[in-house]
Structure formats: C-alpha cells, structure tokens
Write a protein that binds this ligand. Structure first.
Ligand code: H2B
Length: 103
C-alpha cells in the first residue's frame, strides 16, 4: 500500500498542471470541448480507464459537446500529486477526443 499522498499547496499544483487546467481552491479543473455526446462518451471511457489504472477518480460533468473534469484527493481533503498526475494523463488523452479546452 503506497504512503498517504502528500498535500500540495495551490501554488505547487498550479506550477505542475498542464495547459488548459486551472486550480480552483482544492480542486483542479478543465473543460474539454468534444463536439458531440458520442465523442464525449468515448472520452469519458478513456478517462475512466485512466482513473482505474491510477486508483484515483475525477468528478465528471458530461454534457452535449463538453466534458468537465474536476480532481481533488478526497482522502486528504485537498490537492495531492495524484491529482496532478491524473490531470496530466487526461491532458495526454484529450487530443484524440476534443477540439480544444477552455481554461
Ligand atoms: C480505496 C480507494 O483506492 C480510495 O478510496 C481512492 C479511490 N479513488 C479516489 N479518488 C479521489 N479523487 N480521491 C480519493 O481520495 C480516492 N481514493
């Protein structure tokens, strides 16, 4: 069992998150434009696969044309490197499913 993830300050997190992401208090957020619900669902599946692989899970706002992603570490009540790592993984996946992000 890995050690408990260490909390990150908002500034530390902000320095590590990929383009298109922002820090909103104890939450990392990104809004991805997918253009359709069908493409958005495929993106959601890819995000869920990555979350399962990481053992760390986002809150998703799945709509026609957009997928909103929110990441925080519930176990510590704040941001950790687990959030940053999954944000980076989602940002790597995004080009295959999206037109752009709106930070
Ligand atoms: C047992 C399981 O690994 C934990 O409950 C994980 C699951 N996914 C999680 N996801 C997020 N975002 N925060 C957590 O604290 C968390 N804990």
């Amino acid at each position: 069992m890995g050690a408990d993830p260490r909390r990150l300050s908002a500034a530390d997190a902000a320095a590590q998150i990929p383009a298109g992401w922002r820090v909103d208090g104890d939450v990392l957020r990104a809004d991805y434009r997918t253009g359709s619900m069908v493409r958005g669902l495929a993106f959601v599946q890819a995000i869920v696969d990555a979350a399962e692989a990481a053992g760390h899970h986002p809150d998703l706002d799945f709509r026609y044309g957009t997928v909103g992603v929110a990441l925080t570490t519930h176990d510590v009540g704040g941001l950790t490197e687990l959030d940053v790592a999954l944000a980076r993984r989602i940002a790597e996946l995004a080009p295959g499913y999206t037109n752009s992000t709106s930070a």
